[in-house]
Write a protein that binds this ligand. Structure first.
Ligand code: DGL
Length: 267
């Protein structure tokens, strides 16, 4: 059981930022990544649709004997967490990308006003705001949907005038002004973390969930005695639709060279 893989999924390649943090922190673990590129993006789909896709991917990861499932997508974490937990009940532990970040925020004592950015599906669900407020009603949490950031990153506009203009246009909105911390509520966004920090002249804490999620996973595996005894694990990367473009762009998200393989779950 300890050597069984950790299943990690996202709508596409963004969740590789989480897989990368897990691989760095837990190099002995075998990882099985699934990017649902045939249905990308999840950010503007309905809750029912996202829950259906997430449940199917979870079934597949369970068939591959995954000992834990990481929902490496904020949109799926916000809209399909219960569905994934139900599907995996009694078979694998489920970790999402929102709860560990909320826990982290609630431990910080210096924040009064926190901003959250993410896809429409994540922001419109209100999940971050309601969970943070439920933990500390004195915190002020403002959220903003920033839907152009995913296509911008996927198209490779990362360190240029276009990305800087889009980032500036979103972050200068009054809704998220005067914050002490900004949660990157989308697993694509760590790719532009430095530009975002720079926009704020490094005066705002930019919170990238990938490392927080990886540490949370380590705690859970340790607690359940499920940590792999190996010192070097294997990583396998599957996608529901393969293009050379996905292969090329995936290099931005994962530090080591990787090869995407196609697997069809929807026939
Ligand atoms: N990476 C996904 C997330 O964290 C967003 C991409 C999408 O819209 O599918 O929300």
């Amino acid at each position: 059981m300890q050597e069984n893989p950790i299943g990690i999924f996202d709508s596409g390649v963004g969740g590789l930022t989480v897989a990368n943090a897990i691989h760095q922190l837990l190099p002995g673990e075998n990882l099985l990544y699934f990017g649902d590129t045939v249905h990308l993006p999840y950010g503007d789909k309905s809750r029912e649709t996202i829950a259906g896709y997430s449940a199917r991917i979870t079934e597949y990861l369970l068939e591959q004997s995954c000992k834990a499932i990481v929902i490496a997508c904020n949109t799926a974490s916000a809209n399909a967490y219960d569905e994934v937990v139900r599907t995996a009940a009694g078979k694998a532990h489920v970790i999402d990308v929102i709860n560990p970040v909320v826990e982290f925020i609630l431990q910080q004592t210096s924040y009064k006003h926190i901003g959250v950015i993410g896809t429409k599906g994540t922001i419109n669900s209100g999940t971050y705001v309601s969970k943070i407020i439920a933990g500390n009603p004195h915190l002020n949490v403002s959220s903003l949907a920033t839907p152009m950031l995913v296509p911008m990153i996927e198209e490779g506009f990362i360190f240029d005038d276009i990305s800087n203009a889009i980032i500036r246009t979103y972050l200068s909105k009054p809704e998220i002004s005067s914050i002490e911390a900004l949660i990157l509520g989308c697993t694509h966004y760590p790719i532009i973390r430095n530009q975002i920090s720079k926009y704020y002249n490094f005066a705002v804490d930019v919170i990238d969930s990938s490392r927080i999620v990886a540490s949370h996973l380590r705690e859970i595996l340790t607690e359940k005695n499920l940590l792999s005894p190996s010192s070097s694990g294997t990583c396998k990367f599957l996608v529901s639709d393969y293009t050379d473009y996905f292969q090329a762009i995936s290099k931005l998200f994962f530090d080591e060279s990787l090869k995407l393989e196609k697997v069809s779950l929807w026939n």
